[in-house]
Ligand binder design. Structure first.
Ligand code: GLV
Ligand code: MN
Ligand code: MN
Length: 407
C-alpha cells in the first residue's frame, strides 16, 4: 500500500444510501423479505453487480450463484484477499443482515483500487440463510468445496430441489486458498449495544446443527374420535417443541429453537395427521450439539411410544464452530483503536459464511452493535455512525492484511 491507512476513508453517505436501495428490493410486507433465488434476490444481485462494475471490478457469477468482483493487485500474489457477506434474507428480516457486509466490501474496493498488492475479491454469497428450508450457506459452502451432493436433490418448502435452482455444475464453484477472508456484519445480539462499544472483534463463530422432524399419525374426525383413540400429530409435536426448548434450558446446548412448523391437513375440525418441525441447535462445542440431538431422538421415541405417533428425524445440515484467526482478531482491535473506537472481543451466536470459508484460509469478522440486540426481524437497526465506523474498520483491516499478511 502506498499511503497511510489514515487517509483511507469509506464514503458513508453512499454506504447508507445503497443499503436503502437494497432494502427496497423486497417482497411486500413488514421488514425485508428477499428469499434466496427469488425475483427480489435477483434484483439485489444485479444491483450489486452494477456497483461492483462501477467500482472497476471484474464481475462474474459462479455456478453457485455467488456474485464475485475482482480487483487485481499489483504484485501477482497467488492468494487473494476475500471479503463480503450475503444478500438473501429470512422472511420478514431486516435491512442489514448480510447486505451491510456486501455494501461495505464494495466501499473497501472503491477505496483500495490501485493500492493493493493482493487481488481483492468482493463476494455476495448466495443463500446464506437457508430460509426455504434448504441447508444454509449454500454459496459459501460451494466455494469452500463442502457442499454435499446429496443436498442438491432435496426439495425445499416449494418442492424445488437446489439442483433445479442452481444446476448440477454448482459443485464446480470451489475456490482456491485465500490470504484471508474478512466479513463485516451486525452483531444480531445485545452484547455491543449493552456495553456501549462500537466494534466487535469476533473470536469465534458458533456451530449449528439443523434437523427436521416428521411426526405422522392418522388424520381423523375431530368430533367423533374419542380422546383415548386418537393419535394427534400436533399434540405430539407440541411436546417435542417443548423438549427442544428444554435441551437449552437444561444446559445441554447453548440455544435450541423450533422456528418452522407445518401441519397437515391444517383444518379446524380434523385431528392433525402430520406435522413437520425444524430444529436449530447451536453451541461452540459441536460435540454438545450432537449429544443434544441424540437426547432429542430419545425424547421423540418416547413421545411416539406414549401417543402412537410415528416420527422420523433427520439431520439436514451441520456447520462446525470455528475460531477466528487470532492475528485478524488483534488487527480488528488495533484498527478500531486507531480510529478512536472501543472494541470488545466476543463470540458470534449467529452463523456466518465466514465459518464455512475458514476451509480456504484464516477468517476474521467485525461486528457493529444491533440496537437492543434485534435481528431476523423488521426491527433490526444499527446507528448510522456505527455502520460507517464498522465499514471504516473493515477497510483498515483489509489494508493492513495487504501490507503485512502474517502477524
Ligand atoms: C443466520 O443468520 C443464522 O445464524 O441462522
Ligand atoms: Mn441471518
Ligand atoms: Mn447474516
Amino acid at each position: 500500500m502506498n499511503s497511510p491507512a489514515a487517509e483511507l476513508r469509506v464514503d458513508g453517505v453512499r454506504l447508507l444510501s445503497r443499503l436503502d436501495e437494497l432494502a427496497a428490493r423486497s417482497a411486500p410486507g413488514p421488514g425485508v423479505t428477499r428469499l434466496a433465488y427469488s425475483a427480489e434476490d435477483e434484483a439485489a444481485r444485479a444491483l450489486v453487480g452494477s456497483w461492483l462494475r462501477e467500482a472497476g471490478l471484474q464481475v462474474r457469477i459462479d455456478t453457485a450463484g455467488n456474485v464475485l468482483g475482482t480487483l487485481p493487485g499489483s504484485a501477482g500474489l497467488p492468494r487473494p484477499l476475500l471479503t463480503g457477506s450475503h444478500l438473501d434474507t429470512v422472511v420478514m428480516g431486516g435491512t442489514l443482515d448480510g447486505a451491510y457486509g456486501v455494501v461495505a466490501a464494495i466501499e473497501v474496493a472503491e477505496s483500495l483500487r490501485g493500492r493493493l498488492r493482493h487481488d481483492l475479491v468482493v463476494a455476495a454469497w448466495s443463500n446464506e440463510e437457508g430460509a426455504r428450508s434448504t441447508p444454509g450457506m449454500v454459496g459459501s459452502r460451494a466455494a469452500a468445496g463442502t457442499l454435499e451432493p446429496a443436498w442438491l436433490d432435496s426439495p425445499d418448502d416449494d418442492g424445488v430441489p437446489l439442483r433445479a435452482r442452481l444446476g448440477a455444475d454448482v459443485l464446480t464453484a470451489r475456490m482456491g486458498p485465500v490470504e484471508a477472508y474478512l466479513e463485516l456484519h451486525v452483531e444480531q445480539g445485545p452484547v455491543l449495544d449493552t456495553a456501549g462499544t462500537v466494534v466487535g472483534a469476533v473470536e469465534g463463530i458458533t456451530g449449528q446443527l439443523v434437523g427436521a422432524i416428521d411426526v405422522r399419525s392418522t388424520a381423523n374426525h375431530a368430533g367423533t374420535t374419542p380422546m383415548a383413540l386418537r393419535q394427534d400429530a400436533l399434540a405430539a409435536a407440541a411436546e417435542i417443541v417443548l423438549a427442544i426448548e428444554r435441551l437449552a434450558l437444561d444446559g445441554a446446548v447453548r440455544v435450541a429453537t423450533c422456528g418452522h412448523i407445518r401441519v397437515a391437513p391444517n383444518v379446524r375440525n380434523t385431528i392433525p395427521g402430520r406435522v413437520l418441525l425444524s430444529v436449530d441447535l447451536r453451541d461452540m462445542s459441536d460435540a454438545r450439539s450432537e449429544a443434544a440431538w441424540s437426547a432429542l431422538v430419545a425424547v421423540v421415541a418416547a413421545v411416539d411410544d406414549r401417543r402412537g405417533t410415528r416420527s422420523q428425524l433427520k439431520v439436514v445440515s451441520r456447520v462446525a464452530a470455528v475460531d477466528c484467526d487470532p492475528c485478524l482478531v488483534a488487527l480488528v482491535e488495533r484498527a478500531a483503536a486507531a480510529r478512536g473506537l472501543g472494541a470488545l472481543r466476543l463470540p458470534s451466536g449467529a452463523g456466518h459464511d465466514a465459518q464455512v470459508l475458514s476451509m480456504l484460509g484464516p477468517v476474521g469478522m467485525v461486528f457493529v452493535p444491533s440496537v437492543a440486540g434485534v435481528s431476523h426481524s423488521p426491527g433490526e437497526r444499527t446507528e448510522s455512525a456505527h455502520l460507517i465506523a464498522g465499514a471504516q474498520v473493515l477497510l483498515d483491516v483489509v489494508a493492513a492484511v495487504d501490507d503485512q499478511p502474517r502477524c
